[in-house]
Design a protein around this ligand. Structure first.
Ligand SMILES: Nc1nc2c(c(=O)[nH]1)N[C@H]1C(S)=C(S)[C@@H](COP(=O)(O)OP(=O)(O)OC[C@H]3O[C@@H](n4cnc5c(=O)[nH]c(N)nc54)[C@H](O)[C@@H]3O)O[C@H]1N2
Ligand SMILES: Nc1nc2c(c(=O)[nH]1)N[C@H]1C(S)=C(S)[C@@H](COP(=O)(O)OP(=O)(O)OC[C@H]3O[C@@H](n4cnc5c(=O)[nH]c(N)nc54)[C@H](O)[C@@H]3O)O[C@H]1N2
Ligand code: SF4
Ligand SMILES: [Mo]
Length: 720
């Protein structure tokens, strides 16, 4: 599709093209990209896009540095050294596609399940994300990938309680009277939400942060509860107990719109403020005060983020927190309720978008991306070929040494589609150069706000890079897979994802579709064209959609007790589950490794993306670990020294910051460095485990006991 210029200044040489930020961030900013003589010269936010308001974060303001970096991969590369050494030689696209198609076809002829796609959120777009890629792997009959690495416990928690990833309109947080920012550091991870919370604060709202770490966000809130990691479920049970004890439950709303309140109240009865205090490591009167605020200040809004669900009991904790608004009748207000993810409002037609019919009745096995190390080393039948796009598993997946051993298997055939030479790409047999968001077409739904956002290509592909979608089309053609779904254009892939009959379809898009018959591919194409023309369009979700119930659960109510969980033989009521690695579950381990490590996002990185952009890496300086002064002193460690963080799984080196930002007993190491750009070539995931969450088979990155000791560093920063 041609670029979609929205402004043509008098000179005639500059155009401004509408875009969308592709990253795994709840904000999904609308962009304006200025292009002069075919070169992008400015990436800015779109001031007319209500939820993002023309403001970009520091990372994406640097997008041109990334796009035009001299490190961009510009040609296909063939490995010439040992796996992981990063020695490659350039090849033509023809050579690369022939070699890859030949190898995949040979494996597919024996057993297509030995081929595994691995992708995540390098871009969240419907086209360059899992659209055309998944079609290709469905046509092959490859193993399916369980895409669990980020949000799946939280989504499961929301689904069992509220019926899906639905929640408040982020734009209404500005009108809230009380905002709990729970397991979330929006100054880092969602700046536009933070702007709305600030507006609310200026209007008198009270802000409460619930986070083991005193983040930049927490220090700007009125109250900060620095609980022990993985104890959010206990705190939520304590709030239920107090809301009941203080007589602050909205009984009329609860009776009309919830299921299982008596059972929940009975379970919570044992969670006195004293017990919560002992479990969470916070004062008992803080629990009483928080319940009083939550029960008396309206509208009460909760901004949950995924930080609190990366532990064994993550989904149960989300279930408990997601149930709180019902107890105080918060859903009655447009500015009341909870928001973790709003992605469920989009209602995609996944089967048509990813063409599950191409599986033609085959039922391939599913492999969990969160245990990729284990899968590469031990799956039976073995994974023989791996195709990675939009992800950097050697940096981001848990138990890094296992992941690396898996990727280093000489008998594994690995293709990595990337923009940069990541640690993962170092382990590839073939590296294929991918375009960035400025160079390809896409359409984005979001998980933070309620707008569709379109991205038109602003410039031609850099070097010989190609969009993911085009790479999969060409691979399919090389392999003789000639189903029309594998030749679909980018716009057609996006259009296939739409459900035109969903009442939440934005009015402008529904009208464009109606003008083309209202149903079918032509109508869907018209809707996509209307979106591209406008740049963005908001879902039609009514104000306070759950004021009178109508949740997408089987009962239509908030389900404290879930019959669906009971039917699976699971506890139908949510509970606090102590972390896998904690004094409660494994006292012997906790004696050897007494520090609980969390590794939340760094402000200037997006997971492992941007670590190679020099200005952003300079802003983060080097990998740090924060310890409380008490813990540092107990180990004789001083601020600024090099330390080794370790457990039985592995170790990494970091610079120690002695700071009361982190609570006693907690080691905080912001993520996620490229291992090869960190001292000792290891990052936080050297110590994290492949244990999974209670529901959703998610990773437990923040459920990780470690010890810290002085490290000896050579002059080059590597371990001596
Ligand atoms: N700058 C930047 N922005 C990002 C990302 C990034 O890497 N960098 N990552 C993006 C991605 S992929 C995601 S999924 C999102 C959301 O990513 P999240 O992981 O939710 O990240 P944050 O919003 O930073 O909030 C997590 C907060 O939870 C706290 N925390 C850790 N353990 C616990 C716990 O047990 N209980 C509680 N209550 N809090 C805990 C951490 O200290 C941290 O401050 O952010 C996105 N935005
Ligand atoms: N210890 C620890 N580990 C974590 C987390 C944590 O908090 N702590 N967070 C976890 C979370 S929430 C997530 S979401 C995962 C994130 O894991 P990933 O989704 O793997 O995220 P990134 O590290 O950002 O890697 C994305 C890669 O995609 C590439 N890319 C971007 N756009 C394109 C494109 O258009 N085409 C192609 N082919 N490639 C592209 C980028 O260059 C980048 O290398 O990490 C998880 N890992
Ligand atoms: S990363 Fe988030 S805040 Fe930054 S530009 Fe993208 S959507 Fe906006
Ligand atoms: Mo994520």
């Amino acid at each position: 599709m041609a670029a979609n210029p929205i402004a043509r200044p008098a000179s005639g040489t500059e155009t401004v093209v509408r875009g969308a930020c592709p990253h795994d961030c709840p904000d999904t900013c609308a962009l304006r990209v200025t292009v002069r003589d075919g070169v992008a010269i400015r990436v800015a936010g779109d001031p007319d896009h209500p939820p993002t308001n023309g403001v970009l974060c520091t990372k994406v303001s640097r997008y041109l540095e990334r796009t035009y970096s001299t490190d961009r991969l510009s040609r296909p590369l063939r490995r010439v050294g040992p796996k992981g050494a990063g020695r490659f030689e350039p090849a033509s696209w023809g050579e690369a596609l022939d070699a890859i198609a030949g190898r995949l076809a040979a494996i597919a002829a024996r057993d297509p399940q030995r081929i595994l796609p691995y992708s995540y959120a390098g871009t969240m777009g419907l086209v360059q994300g899992d659209g055309m890629g998944q079609r290709f792997f469905n046509a092959l009959g490859a193993s399916l990938l369980d895409r669990t690495i980020c949000s799946s416990p939280g989504i499961h928690g929301l689904t069992y309680t509220l019926g899906g990833p639905v929640g408040m309109d982020v734009e209404r947080f500005a009108d809230a009277g009380l905002i709990l920012i729970w397991g979330s550091n929006p100054i880092t991870s969602s700046v536009h939400f933070w702007a709305l919370a600030q507006q609310a604060k200026r209007r008198g709202a009270k802000l409460v942060a619930i986070d083991p770490y005193r983040t930049a966000t927490a220090e700007r809130c009125d109250v900060h509860l620095a609980l022990r990691p993985g104890t959010d479920g206990a705190l939520a049970l304590g709030l239920v107990q107090q809301l009941v004890a203080q007589g602050r439950v909205d009984r009329a709303w609860v009776d009309a719109h919830t299921v299982g309140f008596p059972e929940l109240a009975a379970r919570a009865a044992a969670w006195t403020p004293e017990r919560v205090a002992a479990t969470c490591g916070i004062p008992a009167d803080a629990v009483v005060a928080l319940a009083r605020d939550y029960g008396t200040i309206a509208p009460a809004a909760i901004r949950l983020n995924y930080g609190m669900q990366r532990v064994r009991g993550g989904a149960n904790a989300v279930r408990l927190v997601a149930g709180l608004p019902a107890l105080v009748g918060a859903w009655k207000h447009p500015a009341g309720g909870v928001l973790l993810s709003a992605s469920g409002h989009y209602n995609l037609d996944v089967a048509t978008w990813q063409r599950s019919d191409l599986l033609a009745g085959r039922r391939p096995r599913t492999i969990n991306m969160s245990t990729i190390g284990d899968a590469l080393l031990r799956a039976d039948p073995p994974v023989e070929a791996l195709v990675v796009w939009n992800s950097n598993p050697v940096a981001v997946a848990p138990h890094g040494d296992e992941v690396r051993r898996g990727f280093a298997r000489e008998d594994l055939f690995t293709v990595v589609i990337e923009q940069f030479m990541t640690d993962t790409a170092d382990h590839a047999d073939w590296v294929l150069p991918a375009t960035t968001q400025l160079e390809h077409f896409d359409v984005h739904k979001t998980y933070g706000h309620r707008w569709w956002v379109a991205n038109s290509p602003a410039i031609a592909p850099v070097g010989e890079s190609l969009p993911n979608s085009e790479i999969f089309r060409r691979l399919a053609a090389r392999m003789g897979l000639d189903h029309p779904a594998l030749r679909a254009s980018d716009e057609e892939v996006a259009a296939d994802a739409l459900r035109l009959d969903d009442p939440r379809m934005p009015a402008e898009l529904a009208m464009a579709a109606a003008a083309h018959g209202g149903v079918g591919p032509h109508a869907a194409r018209a809707a996509i064209e209307a979106l591209v023309e406008r740049g963005y369009a908001k879902l039609s979700v009514p104000e306070a959609p759950y004021a009178h119930g109508g949740f997408p659960t089987p009962s239509g109510k908030v389900e404290f007790v879930s019959a669906r969980l009971a039917a699976q033989g699971l506890d139908p009521l949510p509970d606090w589950l102590p972390p896998h690695e904690s004094p409660e579950t494994d006292p012997a381990l906790a004696a050897r490794y007494p520090l609980a490590m969390i590794s939340p996002p760094a402000r200037h990185f997006m997971n492992s993306t941007f670590v190679n952009v020099e200005s952003l890496r300079a802003a983060e300086r080097e990998p740090y670990v924060d310890l409380h002064p008490v813990d540092a002193a107990a180990r004789g460690l001083v601020d600024g020294s090099a330390v080794r963080v370790f457990n039985d799984r592995g170790d990494f080196v970091a610079r120690l910051r002695v700071s009361d930002r982190t609570r006693p007993g907690v080691a905080t190491a912001l993520g996620i460095w490229w291992p090869k750009l960190a001292p000792g070539a290891r990052n936080v995931n050297a110590v994290t485990s492949q244990a999974l969450t209670d529901l959703g088979r998610g990773p437990t990155f923040y459920d990780c006991l470690v010890e810290v000791e002085a490290a000896l560093l050579g002059a080059d920063g590597a371990r001596a």
